[in-house]
Design a binder for this molecule. Structure first.
Ligand code: MN
Length: 235
């Protein structure tokens, strides 16, 4: 994991730790020990939610286009993506260019706990059952890998809420849409807070695909700020 490269790109003096204590385990947790999890709401080329579970010193990561649902009958597509450094888990701010260019909001944070003893075996099997204890997401969940010819890459998983005291009809992404890090900040607040430093230090290309993407994001942020519904790409 290229942590040096990750650090070069970011000004950590501008990303203070969230209020309250965020438990991050120092050594890889074994068995069913609680460890760090987060969900980062990521406005990039499209809006999605990155679910990250700490395991063996990295954050296992799934990009969930529609975000988590508390409805136990709903299965949300979760694309398995590359591991992220643990330090990334409390990041909220602007990624000016390249990988994941856009705005990242720390949407939920807390601890997760496997419901099985062997996480690696569960991942290999494509069926990970776990508990979440965040601000927004709690109770029992599953990540289940989809199989078959439709997805030879094996990257497609489904995120499913198990029926329990924490499941229900609440539309959690709509009802609780803001940051848990900075007192209910929305994308435009994050953009406004981070833009001067990040963009001066690491200015993106003005043209090309990156420039076009950033222009779109800025437009979305401006629209959000104006209280209008941002223009979304149909999926
Ligand atoms: Mn992402």
């Amino acid at each position: 994991m290229a942590l040096e490269k990750y650090r070069e790109k970011r000004n950590f003096s501008k990303t203070p730790e969230p209020k309250g204590s965020v438990p991050v385990t120092k050594a890889p947790a074994k068995g069913r020990t609680p460890r760090f999890f987060c969900v980062q709401k990521h406005l990039a080329s499209h809006l999605h939610y990155d679910l990250r579970l700490e395991h063996n010193g990295v954050l296992l990561s799934w990009a969930v286009p529609k975000g988590p649902s508390l409805d136990s009958t709903v299965k949300r597509l979760a694309m398995h993506v590359e591991d992220h450094p643990v330090e990334y888990g409390t990041f909220e701010g602007v990624i000016p260019e390249g990988y994941g260019a856009g705005i990242v909001m720390l949407w939920d944070v807390g601890t997760w706990r496997p419901e099985i003893d062997d996480v690696d075996a569960a991942l290999k099997k494509g069926d990970l059952k776990f508990q979440l204890d965040g601000y927004k997401l709690k109770g029992s969940w599953a990540l289940v890998q989809t199989r078959g010819s439709r997805d030879p890459s094996g990257r497609s998983w489904l995120l499913i809420k198990h029926r329990d005291d924490w499941s229900g009809p609440v539309d959690v992404t709509a009802e609780f849409s803001k940051s848990v890090k900075n007192d209910g900040a929305d994308f435009e607040d994050i953009l406004a807070a981070d833009a001067p430093d990040v963009w001066t230090a690491n200015r993106p290309a003005k043209g090309g695909a990156t420039g076009a993407m950033l222009a779109e994001i800025i437009q979305k942020a401006a629209a959000l700020k104006a209280g209008k519904k941002p223009k979304r790409r149909s999926r």
